[in-house]
Ligand binder design. Structure first.
Ligand code: ATP
Length: 230
């Protein structure tokens, strides 16, 4: 029912001058699902997520989170959208303490979220010594500080090596098991298909396909099997 809809994007359009970057986009993310927002670079994923967070004003259409207009304070959303400015010479834990203070999150949350992102063992090490995967996971930890119902992650697997991608997938599964609704973007279906319940594919700002991952994989198998050999 409507109470299960955590994100509702309806007819969202964003134009920059003559360019239409997001074009009449509508999608819904339901409570408890991991929703993959897929498309090539420049397709309009980041712009859509920024509109959802109230960081971009739509040209037309609406985005609501948990029944409230995008960008409302205390909307119950935590996001990793562009790297939060972490201090290289502070440890992972010290960085999160700074952010927790700014965000008004209880100090006790810091160790809890470090544990969630599997960084407890490296919490005392300087941020500058972290691998890209660890940096991304610390970014997710920052998004979790206020224990949001919805977690929005822009390209969390981008640039990671296979081990880093696998660690991030494990983390995404943990977020879901902990009861968060997750909306993440990626330009590679293969990096996220194993953890997504449903995916939307956008191209040039338009929604091309929205389906369960099972349906999408079935579709792909059909297409591959239909291809002539040689
Ligand atoms: P990427 O993975 O590269 O971030 P994306 O799907 O997230 O791709 P967006 O960042 O949303 O794509 O950008 C979509 C298009 O809108 C791009 O061509 C980009 O150059 C353009 N764009 C984004 N922000 C602005 C802006 N403030 N002014 C003008 N054009 C913009």
């Amino acid at each position: 029912g409507p109470g299960d809809e955590v994100v509702v994007i309806a007819g969202l359009t964003k134009r920059y001058g003559p360019r239409t970057v997001v074009d009449d986009l509508s999608l819904t993310v339901r409570r408890g699902e991991v929703y993959g927002f897929l498309g090539p670079n420049g397709a309009g994923k980041t712009t859509t997520l920024r509109a959802l967070l109230g960081l971009v004003r739509p040209t037309s259409g609406t985005a609501t989170v948990l029944g409230r207009p995008a960008g409302s304070p205390s909307a119950g959303v935590g996001a990793l959208i562009e790297g939060p400015g972490f201090y290289p010479y502070l440890s992972g834990r010290e960085n999160l303490r700074v952010l927790a203070r700014y965000a008004g999150a209880p100090a006790g949350r810091v160790d809890a979220v470090l544990d969630t992102v599997d960084l407890t063992d490296r919490a005392r090490d300087r941020y500058s010594t972290y691998s890209l995967g660890m940096k991304q996971r610390l970014g997710v930890a920052a998004a979790l500080l206020k224990d949001p119902e919805l977690v929005v992650l822009d390209e969390p697997t981008n640039g990671l090596d296979p081990a880093g991608i696998s660690d991030m997938r494990a983390l995404l599964r943990r977020l879901s098991a902990d009861g968060h609704t997750v909306l993440l973007s990626s330009h590679l279906l293969g990096e996220v298909e194993q953890v997504c319940d449903r995916v939307a594919v956008i191209s040039s700002g338009r929604l091309v396909v929205e389906s369960s991952v099972g349906e999408l994989l079935g579709l792909r198998r059909l297409v591959i099997e239909a291809e002539p050999l040689g």
